[in-house]
Design a protein around this ligand. Structure first.
Ligand SMILES: [Zn+2]
Ligand SMILES: [Zn+2]
Length: 337
């Protein structure tokens, strides 16, 4: 026989706590958990401090870094929400945030400086050695919401499209090649024929670098034997592409390494010595300049977009992206649509 609980045995304080607590809001997210990637219901992120903001994600682009993270080639926190390229709308701001307003369209720089090291204290945030990355070291944007420090937010002009704005990070990464300091009249090669090289070509032409060849790795192999290029920019760093680049450049030429390759690369010193090349390994250019290029139409990324997919389609989208890198796929949870 069961007996009814005695209501007087329930402590009033405990009872009150349970009665008034709101259920924590949940959201859909693409998560790597252990070795598994899946769409999960996760707690909706809340403001972590007075200088953080919560953004409702509109569209989020998939890039190689996300695939490396999904495959475990890059060590991530566990579990982690994947994704680092997106545009969205500010949903909530911390008490000390004054650079953005709720309802404003934004994108972010996903490379978050620590703000404490010697480089950050000297305002050289790009060279922070303790930086963290969205979708790797903290939760990313393949979700309905994301919480980020307000300092990483870049407000968007009204005239830029959501998709173009979500392309800001790859454009800023491509702009980094200009740090190599090659000149407009010099003869340049963009190694590889893919969406990275097409974007790179558009960017170089936007800055009047017109003496450039986009090298197709299958049809243009004859170009490698001239040793005539003043600079070569790679778009997929492998042992093969590196050795081809060494063949292509003139003695003393510049090799610009920009792709985020996480596998180690061999340096064949015999061929390198004969060329005495200068290697420029670059990370990011200006994010504001990237937004400017995308807004003014000096570059057009619409032709480099594969489509917009639901998070639930991730298996198919990942498989296509691994096989073919001609176009960039995007995810949307429909949160702003
Ligand atoms: Zn990216
Ligand atoms: Zn730092």
């Amino acid at each position: 026989m069961t007996t009814a609980p005695n209501p007087t045995s329930i402590k009033p304080g405990v009872f009150r706590t349970h009665a008034t607590r709101l259920p924590r809001l949940r959201m859909k997210a693409l998560v790597r958990d252990g070795n598994q990637v899946s769409v999960q219901l996760m707690p909706r992120p809340e403001l972590t401090d007075a200088r953080s903001v919560v953004v409702r994600v509109t569209v989020a682009g998939l890039c190689r870094t996300d695939l490396y993270a999904a495959d475990g080639k890059i060590k991530t926190i566990d579990p982690v929400i994947l994704g680092h390229e997106f545009s969205g709308v500010i949903d909530e701001i911390g008490a000390e945030v004054d650079n953005v307003k709720v309802g404003q369209r934004v994108t972010v720089n996903p490379n978050l400086p620590c703000l404490n090291c010697q480089y950050c204290r000297a305002n050289a945030f790009d060279t922070c050695q303790n930086s963290t990355f969205l979708g790797v070291d903290r939760c990313g944007c393949f979700a309905e919401f994301i919480c980020v420090p307000a300092g990483t937010i870049l407000p968007l002009p009204d005239t830029i499209s959501d998709l173009a704005a979500a392309y800001t990070e790859p454009v800023a990464a491509s702009l980094a090649v200009l740090k190599a300091g090659f000149r407009r009249e010099e003869k340049g090669m963009i190694y590889g024929n893919n969406r990275f090289s097409q974007l790179m070509e558009q960017i170089l032409r936007a800055y009047d670098f017109n003496n450039i060849t986009v090298f197709d790795t299958i049809t243009d192999r004859g170009l490698l034997d001239d040793s005539s290029f003043d600079y070569v920019i790679e778009t997929m760093l492998t042992n093969e592409s590196l050795s081809d680049m060494v063949r292509a450049i003139r003695p003393g030429g510049k090799m610009v390494l920009k792709s985020r390759q996480y596998d180690p690369i061999d340096l064949n010193m015999t061929s390198l010595l004969k060329k005495e090349p200068v290697m420029h390994i670059v990370n990011y250019g200006s994010f504001s300049e990237a937004i400017e290029l995308l807004t003014t139409g000096k570059i057009n990324v619409e032709s480099l977009v594969d489509g917009i997919y639901d998070l639930e389609d991730y298996k198919q989208v990942f498989a296509t992206a691994r096989n073919k890198e001609s176009l960039k796929p995007f995810f949307s949870t429909g949160a702003n649509r």
